[in-house]
Design a protein around this ligand. Structure first.
Ligand SMILES: *Cc1c(COP(=O)(O)O)cnc(C)c1O
Length: 368
């Protein structure tokens, strides 16, 4: 019996992605072992954090790195770092930043909700989030007009959560940052490419450890040496409320080492998504195919379109029945209102595609 079933909780099959609501990632046994060992001994935390920073820098091409409790914490800490730097009096005063350079400029289509509000993470770090332009249309002039003496940084969100059309590119944001001598922070929480945004010239880049990398609940910031030093310094301030323990740091490093060695999994995911699509296509009133990630990452998912008239189910009804069953199956439901369910092969354990296909068939067979 699984550890969660011992607690009386039902088994969950995660076909939705790396979702915080389902526990992020299920780590590799090697990562779990590293975390267990880390938890059973002592270490000087400041040394561990510095060493972790060096390894993060190697894996990402940054000058230095800083482990965090997650990408949300990474945003708050990065913002605190660009506002307070390494000045202890300011660090201890945040998030009260009255009178300091505290404006964080972002595009309106980037003011996302990822399970919590990005603006709130900015506020936790003492930043005042200023949205430039419109939800679906931002011009360079909108951004330029918002940048003034009170601007502490520009923030770019690289994510499927963000509006993809009508926004200014990261290249433009970086150029604006250079022109006005303000740092550019990139929230790349779920991105697979750990080097790209640093290489493009971003000053701080934030990742989640529990998403693409498949690590434990954790995160990190990589980038410019002086700013990373300021990030670490925030652990004497607002960072303390988001402290990351030795187990999480060691688990993150272990996952990072495995991730850096692993080749792209795109092909394997495509095959699994393909097999599941074939099985599901045997049901009537449903058509399954394989599609690439909407944000262009090397991720393939099974796209299931439910024809309500022929199947007798709406997509939302299918989702409800899948989640209600035991094991409960959680799919990716951003497009449910258009009759589409996505199944993400990445978090599935071996053989769980078959369980999902069987659950669909059961639901179809039990139709009245
Ligand atoms: C998931 C996510 C976050 C938060 O990451 P955590 O590691 O869960 O704190 C922040 N920004 C974006 C764009 C995300 O997708």
């Amino acid at each position: 019996m699984g550890i969660y079933q011992q607690l009386g909780l039902k088994q969950v099959i995660n076909a939705s992605g790396k979702m915080t609501a389902l526990g992020g990632s299920a780590v590799h046994p090697e990562v779990a072992r590293a975390m267990g060992e880390a938890g059973m001994d002592y270490v000087e935390i400041s040394e561990l954090i510095e060493k972790a920073g060096k390894l993060i820098a190697e894996a990402t091409g940054g000058e230095d790195g800083c482990p965090t409790a997650g990408a949300g914490a990474g945003i708050a800490i990065s913002v605190a770092a660009v506002i307070a730097g390494t000045d202890l009096r300011l660090i201890e005063r945040l998030p009260d930043s009255a009178g300091l350079k505290n404006k964080i400029i972002l595009q309106k289509g980037h003011a996302v909700h990822f399970g919590a509000s990005l603006r709130q993470m900015v506020a936790l770090g003492g930043g005042q989030a200023i949205e430039a332009g419109h939800a679906n249309h931002v011009e360079e002039a909108h951004l330029r007009a918002e940048i003034d003496e009170q601007t502490a940084a520009l923030l770019f969100v690289q994510s499927h959560h963000a509006v993809q059309k009508g926004m200014q590119s990261l290249e433009t944001m970086i150029q604006l940052g250079r022109d006005h001598k303000v740092p550019v922070i990139v929230d790349a929480a779920a991105e697979e490419d750990l080097r790209r945004y640093v290489a493009m010239g971003a000053d701080l880049v934030i990742y989640s450890g529990g998403k693409a990398i498949g690590g434990p609940t954790s995160g990190f910031i990589t980038g410019r040496k002086d700013l990373i030093e300021a990030c670490r310094a925030q652990y004497k301030g607002v960072g303390r409320a988001m402290k990351t323990g030795k187990e999480a740091i060691v688990g993150l490093l272990s996952a990072l080492a495995r991730y850096s060695q692993a080749a792209g999994h795109g092909g394997e995911w495509r095959d699994r998504a393909e097999r599941l699509a074939q099985e599901l296509n045997q049901l009537s009133g449903l058509s399954a195919s394989v599609v690439k990630d909407e944000a262009g990452r090397d991720i393939y998912r099974t796209h299931v379109r439910i024809d309500e008239r022929e199947s007798g189910f709406s997509a939302k009804e299918v989702i409800r029945l899948l989640e209600k069953g035991d094991p409960a199956v959680f799919t990716r439901n951003h497009y449910a209102n258009t009759g589409v369910i996505f199944i993400d092969p990445r978090p599935l354990h071996e053989g769980q595609e078959k369980v999902i296909a069987a659950r669909f068939k059961e639901i179809w067979d039990n139709r009245k």
